[in-house]
Ligand binder design. Sequence first.
Ligand code: ZN
Length: 281
Amino acid sequence: MKLVRYGEPGRERPGLIDADGVLRDLKGHVQDIRGPAFQEQTMDRLRSIRPETLPAVEEDVRFGMPVGGIRKIVCIGLNYTDHARETGNEPPKEPIAFFKPNTCLTGPNDPIVLLRNSRHTDWEVELAVVIGKHTKYVEEADALDHVAGYCVANDVSERKFQAKGTGQWILGKSGDTYCPLGPLFVTADEVPDPQNLRLWLDVNGERMQDGTTANMIFGVAHLIHFVSQFMTLEPGDIVLTGTPAGVGVGRDPKVFLKEGDVVSLGIDGLGQQRSVIAPPE
Ligand code: ZN
């Protein structure tokens, strides 16, 4: 299934995109697309609905992030061989983990609002994994059974704030709107191999990133296993799995986002985002 949340910020309604790309209203069938809905019986019930029996939504709507009530966003850094190389780093021996706060989250086509005094805001197209079950000390062989589905994410990063002082990455990763998510939440049964997805990103129509999840250093199953040795992952938590080469800080000369720029990005089968860069509040 391709599930979405649509409507005004904070008042999104659950929906489904049918095989013809038509948005259908799921109101009355599920309260929201969020952690508690990922129980198998709820998902099976939604799967049993014939989409053509759901009301079509004809008007132009805003898409919100496709998963509501997200409590934590665990991120993995330098997880693609080509991206580690472009930043001048050795491929890590074990996953590098950090967090983004859930206040970063915004819809897939909402503006990205620059942090005050930012001159080094950069882009990172990433495969976002949505956890479906209580996950603690999970074996790698069982880890994909804990995945509810996948989304497109942009791990927007302020490189100066990420590197300055003592180099606390979190300070460059945490701006409001610095994590557009969606538009689709694609259930795991429709993504048979998360290590075979093409992902790309354009700035003002110019291709900047063009990679494949096949180049991840640590695959999705290993990442979930690894993170679950240190914390519990709950239904609706998100794991961002790193970005391929082509970020602005890796280019010569370096390129960063400024007011009015348009960032478009997507992953095969998971949909596309389009964000306009807005000035600081
Ligand atoms: Zn990232």
